[in-house]
Ligand binder design. Structure first.
Ligand SMILES: Nc1ncnc2c1ncn2[C@@H]1O[C@H](COP(=O)(O)OP(=O)(O)OP(=O)(O)O)[C@@H](O)[C@H]1O
Length: 699
């Protein structure tokens, strides 16, 4: 919002009068909300009364009825911090209040305009130069149902104060200066023009949003998801909106933003969560992650999917008409090759495998038995024997991706599968990493790729749910709606999303792009990122993989230019550090000056624990919100041990800190972070702090 508001020179009485006027409207809005809530509760009850209907059509009607009522109730119940947050006074004496949802009174007169409605756009876009019929724009700050304060921008300066009172300014600055907590907050009251343009961009194709640290890329992407759900609910709720973030910590940080905007329908996934049942949080060492993320690993995986299972028996012996028919290693290998030549997915090729074995056995039989052999009879008789079927299922077992990836923990098998795609040293390192008990974040795309190569095993038929008297079924309708529904119901391999939002896109490896590409084949996309913060070593290959995932969809680009997170002092320090290695980094303008310059310390190694502990303690006294202590990859637990437990202190590695922010940050050994993961990641660390930054390196 432009800061061309009138200086806050009006007296307290005028301010109180304006606040009282807004309170009146806010009371009317909540009164109406309570009425609608009562109607929705009644409607839901009526739905239950339908529940004994036995005619299928009536059951369906009841379901729809209850679904709609429950959904409405849920929207009305959503956490509405500041349900009414804005007001526009427009030419022609028109007043519009802007809020998180749209509401009309009993006579259908608008009481509140949804922030996403086209008519609300001037709230975010009007400037003095292009005022879009806006005379005055007002931001209303409330706590619960009580209006606390207002802040105005007068866009039409020809209107004197006699006509319209203008009170203070700085809603944005106030929002930026507030303490940071555990969760990101929505910015619906203070979205800026360039952000709004990206939020409301056309749904089709690919919307790319770039910008330096703290320019609001994440928060804009989330508001865009809410906007798309509003603009075309049928399409986006139907197919689903997928939001992808770098880590589970990050998802926890952002997960309240969409519900606070009244939207629950998006599925939030961290990159380590795209395999059902696996929740990978462990990061591989950078050298190992670089191999697992690169395109060349595909060759290794496709060969791995064709390896002879280490548990497969090595000979098949059948006695037919008194003759011993024996298939040894050469015949079995040839049979396996013949099956592979058909290019079927492993789990869909068991019939082919059986056929190949029978053909090999038939050849042996023909060598030994001179007359009376009939192929059909031979196949029928041998192919149905238990000994043959037992062998087949051990020789060509149903394979899950996890089993095959575990095989590669054996350097011999990985070496066999890699054949020139990996160096000997890489084989050793990658194999060692695959013997860990849990999967790493960079294993997940490999499992996903293998799942595609192997094919989904035929699932056992699910037991039919007993819907009993219908009440249970009604509960299911609601559960589907409200408990991270899209996610739990669709499963991690769901591939029909209507829209995919990718945050921190600069860090995705080629293999991660392939994983997302499979889920977004029919989707439009929003992709946000900042190349200078990248931790991925081969930007060219990642770009090619991204282009492949996006296909030929039309693209539009938006660029955000203002840093809303860091104080100008902190950002200047951070920008200096990145310019040395990335001279063309996208450097935004930080708008808030605090006078607190970053503190830089260099101490003997042995003094690190005491220095860090001391600084954290000091900072806890200086800020109201959180203190982030950010460490090199392998030193998090050690550093955590230096500190007193405190719920405001968050200790994490540099990679884990991506996308997060804290009132104060202590960067522990950032020089080591740069050596380990590159200067882009050190830049991430420095740009997490909103008010205070302390940098501690060892001598
Ligand atoms: N218009 C705005 N009004 C109020 N706060 C804003 C606005 N835009 C951004 N912010 C705040 O600025 C901070 C940074 O936003 P966000 O995390 O979305 O930036 P980012 O570009 O994704 O950053 P990074 O790339 O460094 O992780 C957040 O606290 C966000 O709420």
């Amino acid at each position: 919002m432009s800061q061309n508001g009138h200086p806050g020179g009006t007296d307290t009485a005028a301010r109180d009068a304006e606040i009282a006027q807004e309170q009146e409207h806010v009371d009317t809005v909540y009164g109406r909300l309570d009425e609608l809530r009562a109607v929705a509760v009644r409607a839901e009850k009526d739905g239950y009364n339908f529940s004994h209907a036995r005619v299928p059509g009536a059951q369906y009607e009841r379901d729809v009825f209850v679904y709609q009522a429950a959904k409405r109730l849920h929207t009305l119940d959503a956490e509405h911090e500041g349900l009414v947050f804005g007001r526009l006074d427009l030419d022609g004496d028109i007043t519009r209040h802007i809020g998180r949802i749209g509401l009309r009174d009993a006579a259908q007169k608008p009481l509140l305009l949804d922030w996403r409605a086209p008519a609300a756009a001037p709230f975010y876009r009007a400037t003095a130069a292009d005022r879009m019929s806006v005379i005055r724009r007002r931001v209303i700050r409330s706590s619960g149902r009580t209006v606390l304060d207002i802040s105005d921008d007068l866009l039409d300066t020809e209107h004197g104060e006699g006509e319209l009172s203008v009170i203070g300014d700085g809603a944005l600055m106030a929002a930026l200066a507030r303490a940071r907590g555990e969760r990101m907050k929505d910015i619906v009251a203070t979205i800026q023009r360039e952000q709004d343009e990206a939020i409301r961009a056309e749904a089709r194709g690919v919307t790319m949003i770039s910008g330096g640290p703290g320019t609001g890329k994440t928060v804009v992407a989330l508001h865009r998801a809410a906007y798309l759900l509003y603009a075309d609910r049928r399409r986006f709720e139907g197919g689903g909106v997928l939001v992808v973030g770098p880590s589970t910590v990050f998802l926890r940080y952002i997960e309240r933003v969409l519900p606070s905007l009244g939207e629950d329908a998006a599925a939030l996934y961290a990159l380590g969560e795209f395999v059902d049942g696996a929740k990978a949080v462990r990061q591989d060492a950078p050298a190992v992650a670089a191999v697992k993320g690169a395109m060349r690993i595909r060759k290794v995986l496709s060969r791995a999917a064709r390896l002879t299972p280490p548990t497969a028996p090595e000979t098949l012996t059948i006695v037919y008409r008194g003759q011993v028919l024996r298939l040894g290693e050469p015949e079995l290998t040839a049979a396996r090759r013949a099956v592979h030549a058909r290019n079927l997915q492993h789990n869909h090729a068991v019939t082919e495998a059986g056929r190949a074995l029978l053909i090999a056995l038939w050849r042996k039989a023909k060598e030994r038995i001179e007359s009376g052999l009939v192929p059909a009879e031979f196949s029928r008789e041998v192919g149905h024997r238990n000994e043959f079927l037992d062998f087949l299922h051990r020789w060509w077992p149903e394979l899950g991706p996890e089993t095959v990836l575990r095989w590669l923990g054996d350097p011999r098998l990985l070496g066999q599968a890699s054949q020139g795609a990996l160096t000997r040293r890489e084989v050793e390192r990658v194999a060692a990493s695959l013997t860990e008990t849990d999967w790493s974040v960079s294993d997940i795309p490999l499992l996903d790729e293998l799942a595609g190569l192997l094919g989904r095993p035929k699932a056992p038929k699910a037991a039919r749910e007993n819907l009993g008297d219908g009440i249970q079924e009604l509960t299911t309708v609601q559960d589907r709606l409200f408990t991270r529904a899209a996610r739990s119901e669709r499963g991690a391999d769901y591939d029909g999303y209507a829209h995919v939002v990718v945050d921190e896109a600069q860090d995705l490896s080629p293999m991660q792009w392939r994983m997302l590409g499979r889920r977004g084949r029919q989707a439009s996309w929003t992709i946000v990122g900042d190349a200078a913060q990248s931790s991925w070593p081969d930007a060219g290959e990642a770009r090619r993989a991204r282009n492949e995932a996006l296909g030929r969809l039309p693209r539009r680009e938006f660029h955000l230019t203002t840093n809303y997170r860091n104080s100008a002092e902190i950002f200047e320090y951070a920008a200096e550090s990145i310019r040395e290695s990335v001279p063309d980094a996208d450097i935004p303008k930080a708008v808030r000056r605090t006078g607190a310059v970053p503190v830089e310390l260099r101490v003997p190694h042995g003094e690190l624990p005491a220095t860090v502990a001391e600084r954290v303690k000091e900072l806890l006294g200086q800020v109201e919100g959180t203190v982030g202590v950010i460490t090199p990859a392998t030193e998090r637990d050690q550093v955590a041990g230096w500190l007193e437990p405190d719920e405001r202190v968050h200790v994490m590695t540099a990679l884990e800190s991506k996308g997060l922010e804290f009132d104060a940050v202590v960067a522990v050994r950032p020089d080591r972070v740069a050596a380990e993961s590159g200067p882009g990641v050190r830049y991430v660390v420095f740009t997490r702090a909103t008010q205070f930054l302390t940098v501690v390196n060892s001598l």
